[in-house]
Design a protein around this ligand. Structure first.
Ligand SMILES: C[S@@+](CC[C@H](N)C(=O)[O-])C[C@H]1O[C@@H](n2cnc3c(N)ncnc32)[C@H](O)[C@@H]1O
Length: 172
């Protein structure tokens, strides 16, 4: 598949449209849990637009989506081959179970559940030789590192490096 552009919720697109082990490189610039709302450039017309409109609001609450996501992750059946190509490592499930105990059911856990569901699918679609770049800020970077380590643990984690923005003052 070449030059395809999908519009909508990326979890849905990943699950329905992207084959396992078909991607060389995945870069994501997701919400950071910044608790800010971003400029919305689309009108609400269809269901895909609704997903986008919600996505611009980078404020996370413990609600229906988070509850469903947590139940999905903690459902140990997902570790069973019946879950198809998606590989849920025991470490991912146990990490989220532990984070629920440590963080409680609130904004940060809601964000991490949202991200974990997607990072697991990214792991599925990446080729064994593929690379994954995740752009984030310190609000949740340390938790996201744990999620990535848990998801990619089958490959020994294979965390390579961190690239940090260096902010400078422009000299005119
Ligand atoms: C930090 S912004 C990145 C913006 C983009 N990289 C740029 O430079 O303009 C996060 C983006 O992720 C999108 N997003 C968040 N959740 C999404 C989801 N579930 N499915 C698809 N897009 C999503 C938002 O709409 C937003 O555009």
């Amino acid at each position: 598949m070449q030059n395809e552009l999908y519009y909508g919720d990326n979890l849905d697109v990943l699950r329905r449209k992207i084959a396992a082990e078909s991607v060389d490189l995945c870069y994501i610039d997701p919400p950071f849990n910044s608790k800010r709302n971003y400029f919305q450039i689309y009108n609400n017309q269809g269901s895909e637009d609704r997903a986008q409109a919600q996505a611009f609001v980078d404020t996370w609450n413990w609600g229906e989506e988070a509850i469903e996501g947590l139940e999905y992750i903690l459902d140990i059946e997902r570790l069973n081959p019946r879950a198809g190509d998606t590989r849920w490592t025991e470490q991912t499930v146990e990490l989220i179970r532990g984070l629920e105990k440590v963080l409680g059911r609130g904004s940060l856990l809601a964000y991490l559940v949202h991200m974990t569901l997607r990072i697991v699918e990214i792991h599925r679609v990446l080729k064994p030789t593929g690379s994954f770049y995740l752009h984030c800020d310190p609000t949740a970077s340390h938790y996201l590192k744990l999620v990535c380590d848990a998801v990619f643990v089958g490959e020994g984690g294979d965390y390579l490096n961190e690239i940090t923005w260096k902010r400078t003052t422009r000299l005119c």
